[in-house]
Design a protein around this ligand. Structure first.
Ligand code: GLC
Length: 393
């Protein structure tokens, strides 16, 4: 079973201008993406940490002056794709970012060989990136990181963003895309100056992005310690704690963390898989975690489908078993939930999620996402994220 994952990643591997990276799907996504590359590095590290390192080195190669790492890098133009080409106002990369999983991937790589040279090389880039997020994306110093476009969440069409995009609950993928492109036009106009763009057009403090930030800052602190940068380590730990506390203060209601929007932190009360990401960040007490898992994850009317975990709860009006991020099960979201469950010792449930993820792949192949009720494979083919089951160990 194992080698099919490596084969897939090798098939999707590209080499350009001395850099090596992996495309998520040759036809549908023929470029390099930020969190995808972190997933690739995590998977590759199980086979060969040199390839994992190369994936990260190519990802940080196009870091912006202000520290932002773009969510897409077009190393080579591809004509054989259905991917809609967007005018980002910049050559060769997008001007948005994506969930900051890089410190996690780097720490995973370090576990393997304890290669301090690699840490040394990559650390300034990481420092700059996380520092950018902590400052530019939190202009009010409330300790919640903001995103300025749904695509920065990695869940482009999630129903969490409908209201802000002024879309009705039921709408087509085309309508959704049109609104997101309009937003990019506005972002180009405000020159992607994050505080300005967020204040004026789209400002979401998203639960998964912040949960991922908490875990990554803690790992970044470990990396800093390995390099004898004690002050940095203390700083990053403190920032992680502050985000965890702010999440509780602004997002938590009746046991559920909701993303918020705008200057006054209005809650977006839509139940998606995002509600489980605080388990990944370990910011819940044991009792809170237990309640979340029993009342929501294992609830057959919400998230416990035949092939869990749907990205949107069944009882949400926006639920669509085939809609992009609007219901289907994705292997990456399962991976986050799996790791979160292990943090709290829910090993049996985690195991069920791993087995169900494996079953989806053997039944329907390396598809982008799956119908959570039937297991039907949907979206892109030869999609790399399936390899994450390798890391559910
Ligand atoms: C889609 C997904 C995003 C991913 C990209 C490449 O846009 O929503 O999360 O990074 O495809 O796989």
């Amino acid at each position: 079973m194992t080698d099919i994952y490596l084969q897939l990643l090798i098939k999707n591997r590209r080499e350009t201008a001395g850099f090596q990276y992996t495309v998520p799907s040759p036809q549908t996504y023929p470029y390099q993406w930020l969190w995808d590359s972190c997933f690739h590095a995590i998977i590759l590290d199980h086979y060969n940490s040199w390839d994992a390192k190369k994936e990260i080195l190519s990802l940080v190669a196009k870091q912006f002056q202000n520290g932002m790492i773009p969510h897409m890098i077009y190393w080579e133009k591809s004509n054989k794709t259905t991917f809609p080409h967007i005018k980002w106002g910049k050559y060769g990369t997008s001007t948005l970012t994506q969930p900051p999983m890089i410190a996690y991937a780097v720490w995973a790589i370090f576990q393997n060989e304890q290669d301090l040279n690699f840490l040394q090389t990559i650390y300034p880039k990481l420092y700059h990136f996380y520092k950018y997020l902590l400052t530019e994306r939190d202009p009010h110093e409330k300790h919640l990181i903001g995103i300025m476009n749904p695509d920065e969440s990695g869940e482009d069409n999630s129903p969490r963003f409908d209201k802000l995009l002024k879309l009705p609950v039921k709408h087509t993928r085309e309508e959704n895309r049109k609104r997101r492109f309009e937003l990019i036009e506005q972002n180009i106009e405000c020159k992607f100056d994050a505080p300005f763009c967020m204040r004026n057009f789209f400002w979401v403090k998203d639960v998964p992005f912040n949960a991922i930030m908490v875990t990554n800052l803690k790992l970044l602190a470990k990396i800093a310690e390995k390099l004898d940068r004690r002050e940095d380590a203390i700083y990053f730990i403190k920032e992680a704690d502050k985000i965890g506390l702010a999440m509780k203060e602004f997002m938590l209601q009746d046991g559920i963390f909701y993303s918020t929007y705008g200057e006054d932190y209005q809650k977006i009360k839509v139940k998606t898989w995002a509600i489980f990401t605080p388990l990944f960040a370990e910011i819940l007490s044991r009792e809170e975690a237990q309640k979340l898992v029993t009342e929501h994850l294992l609830n057959k009317d919400e998230f416990w489908t035949k092939f869990p975990v749907p990205t949107t709860a069944l009882d949400e009006p926006g639920f669509d078993p085939k809609g992009f991020w609007r219901g289907p099960t994705w292997i990456a979201s399962n991976w986050f939930i799996y790791k979160g469950l292990l943090n709290y010792g829910f090993t049996e449930i985690a195991k069920e999620i791993r087995e169900s993820s494996e079953e989806l792949i053997s039944k329907s192949g390396f598809r982008e996402y799956f119908n959570p009720q039937t297991g039907e494979g949907l979206g892109a083919k030869n999609f790399t994220w399936g390899g994450l089951v390798m890391d559910m160990d």
